[in-house]
Write a protein of this length. Structure first.
Length: 342
């Protein structure tokens, strides 16, 4: 007899086999947006702006108007020429112009502020493709350009002028400038030793428009910390590295090197640490990378202040570290499971 195959007992069904279902990650949503962050930074800079206007008068107001107006106008013109969407509403151009104005001499000529605002947006930002694509902080790269191209205008400082129009501004060296003169002439601290740290804390000393009042800058920084826009990684490590650097040399020779409080309260260290080094586009995003970035900014600042040809080194330090930011990001990012780095 021929063998017969027993009928299969398996149930036949037309139902498809189970498949892996992929869904979206449970991302955390936040109300924060680019305009909210940018205008929060503007709000945080209001105390420093008001102090600058009070001590330096109408000249400071014109400096701010020209820098902000030039930045906004350049942004609008470039976007319109390209046929792209207007981006003035995101607030980034306003922040760039305001930061540039606050880091300039209050008595600078109008054309210098106008050139600075146009350079910051045109060369520092839009040439790379706009917000999010720029390599360097636009306000700082513009300030560095102005300092190199127009050194006389960028180093003419008013001491303090009453907040009334029409009054002459008395010019003089900043505390860091006095320190450099003493160093280069072999007189040690020189006139910088007579600088009142109380005046530096309040803002009644010579310097850039928005960097003279440590109190106003700390109030603005506290606001950003409260809004959780700032984290401690970059500003605190930048300030600590600069303070420790100054402390070491001050302990070695206190007659030649200024103390840590002097360096902390004078110049652009505070505005640079809280408002410029923390730029989200040009700084690392990883916590470890931000710490490395902050230390680099603080150390380079103090190297320039101590041995460099310029009395101030904050702008140069941050721009230099901006160039290293992609490399820092690469070597400090978290490693994915199973990833082999080359």
């Amino acid at each position: 007899m021929a063998e017969t195959t027993p009928p299969s007992t398996e149930k036949k069904t037309d139902a498809p086999e189970p498949r892996l279902v992929v869904t979206a990650w449970p991302h955390i949503r936040t109300p924060e947006s680019t305009p909210r962050i940018m205008f929060s930074v503007v709000a945080a800079l209001i105390p420093a702006t008001l102090v600058g206007l009070y001590f330096f008068g109408s000249n400071a107001a014109w400096t701010l108007l020209w820098s902000v107006g030039s930045a906004l106008g350049t942004e609008w013109l470039i976007r319109r020429t390209r046929g792209e969407k207007d981006t003035l509403g995101d607030g980034s151009a306003a922040v760039t112009g305001l930061l540039l104005g606050l880091t300039m001499p209050p008595s600078s000529p109008w054309w210098l502020s106008a050139i600075g605002g146009a350079f910051a947006i045109g060369i520092g930002k839009q040439v790379y493709g706009g917000l999010g694509y720029n390599i360097f902080n636009p306000a700082l790269i513009s300030r560095v350009f102005l300092l190199i191209a127009f050194p006389v205008e960028m180093t003419t400082w008013p001491i303090v002028a009453p907040p009334f129009p029409g009054l002459d501004v008395v010019t003089g060296a900043t505390p860091l400038g006095q320190l450099q003169v003493g160093r280069l002439t072999g007189k040690g601290l020189g006139e910088a030793a007579d600088v009142s740290l109380g005046a530096a804390f309040v803002g009644s000393i010579g310097g850039s428009l928005g960097e003279t009042s440590a109190l106003a800058l700390l109030i603005g920084a506290g606001y950003l910390f409260a809004k959780r826009i700032l984290t401690w990684h970059i500003p605190i490590t930048m300030l600590l590295s600069a303070v420790l650097f100054a402390l070491v040399f001050w302990l070695i020779d206190p007659h030649r090197y200024a103390g840590p409080l002097f360096h902390l309260l004078t110049g652009g260290l505070l505005i640079g640490a809280f408002f410029m080094a923390t730029d989200m586009v040009t700084s690392p995003t990883t916590p470890r990378g931000q710490i490395v970035f902050g230390i680099g900014c603080g150390v380079i600042t103090m190297v320039i202040r101590t041995w460099g040809g310029y009395p101030e080194g904050v702008s140069f330090a941050i721009v230099i570290m901006n160039a290293f930011s992609p490399m820092i990001e690469r070597y400090t990012r978290p490693r994915r499971y199973g990833e082999v780095r080359t």
